[in-house]
Design a protein. Structure first.
Length: 383
């Protein structure tokens, strides 16, 4: 008997690997001979570094970089030595959670630290990059990141423009004379699940600016500056296309990667499923187990568990999902490959108690045990 688990993190409670171990514990209470293969799962956002490092024999790295406000922050990223791959969440260096509410202002927040992380990984021999770009605090078009990698963004006096979107206002010249030479050897898979363009009504400034502290007048200004930046980039870098889907992601960081590096923007779950080679594990599985912290209609719209379910259905596998909580509209998940789903809460409790790591793991193990008993009975007739 072989079971494959690929469960997204229960954010604030369990990592992806901890959830897999909890299911394994529950199954082994019933049948210790079952081969449970635990695979990491993430969608390219929070938890991606943790999942891929744990599931692919990687190593975590820590580096002090320039945070979104220009002050130092410690960013954690992963290195998969076997493939010379770095796994980075841009939010670790330029995320909105690093900026207090009273200091949110995209005119000043920078992606410089993201470039510093990439540069550090290049120095450690990495030439492949998986980068999640969700949760940014920035709207600088990615020029901060590019400055850290050696690109020049100069004002009319030939001086580097300042950090933040306000730097785009002064921008007159883009240079690549001092770009670190190894960058041309690097390939970037960018986890990006938004389709916003760089500018316009559906652009970076208009759609995401407000949550980063932008006022209506700032939004108009930043949109204009980004448009000029894109036109200027096009003169020297032919790949520049401000109308391409995803260029508006992370305040224009998507545009920066596509224009100035060898990058592709892809669905986060697609990247993770391919990098972890989950399909190879599912092919000969008897049962596939997935899940996440909360199952609802949004899950059915293509979040990580549905990616797993679609892959499993390619081989006709039964798919069970567990979740910390389940909304009524989660039944839509049944139409997208999840055969049955189960909340793991075992009794009346506070949210704080339910979210505690030990409680969450115990609840999942207990639930998995009972569900496995039922599934085995239906499959083999054994009690």
């Amino acid at each position: 008997m072989k079971i494959v688990t690929a469960i997204d993190s229960f954010k604030g409670s369990m990592t992806s690997m901890e959830a897999g171990l909890a299911v394994t514990e529950g199954v082994h209470r019933v049948d210790s001979d079952v081969d449970v293969q635990i695979r990491p799962l993430a969608d390219g956002g929070e938890g991606t570094v943790e999942a891929l490092v744990a599931g692919m024999n990687g190593m975590k790295q820590e580096i002090q970089v320039t945070g979104p406000l220009g002050t130092p922050v410690v960013c954690e990223y992963g290195v998969i030595e076997s493939s010379k791959t770095a796994v980075i969440e841009m939010a670790g260096a330029a995320g909105i959670t690093l900026v207090p509410d009273e200091k949110k202002n995209p005119l000043y927040t920078t992606t410089y630290g993201v470039g510093e992380v990439i540069k550090d990984a290049i120095g450690k021999g990495c030439r492949r990059f998986i980068i999640g770009i969700g949760g940014s605090a920035t709207n600088d078009g990615g020029i901060g990141m590019l400055q850290a990698l050696g690109f020049g963004f100069m004002n009319k006096n030939g001086q580097p423009v300042p950090f933040g979107a306000r730097g785009l206002e002064e921008l007159e010249t883009i240079t690549d004379t001092y770009v670190i030479p190894e960058l041309k050897e690097c390939e970037f898979r960018i986890a990006c699940d938004v389709t916003n363009t760089l500018c316009g009504e559906q652009g970076a400034s208009a759609v995401y600016g407000p949550q980063k502290g932008a006022t209506p007048s700032m939004i108009m200004q930043m949109d204009k500056w980004l448009a000029y930046y894109a036109a200027l980039a096009k003169e020297k870098f032919p790949k520049a296309n401000a109308k391409q889907a995803g260029t508006g992601a992370a305040g224009g960081l998507g545009f920066a990667f596509l224009t100035f590096t060898n990058a592709v923007l892809e669905s986060g779950i697609k990247i993770v499923l391919e990098e972890t080679q989950l399909e190879e594990y599912i092919k000969d599985a008897d049962l596939v187990v997935t899940g996440e912290g909360r199952l609802d209609r949004q899950t059915a719209m293509g979040k990580a568990p549905i990616g797993v379910a679609k892959l499993a259905k390619k081989y006709g596998k039964t798919v069970i999902a567990f979740a910390g909580s389940v909304e009524r509209d989660a039944r839509e998940c049944n139409e997208h490959g999840i055969d049955a789903f189960f909340p793991v809460l075992r009794g009346i409790t506070t949210l704080e108690e339910a979210m505690k790591n030990e409680n969450a793991k115990r609840n999942l193990a207990d639930t998995a045990e009972q569900v496995y008993r039922l599934w085995r009975q239906g499959r083999t007739g054994k009690k």
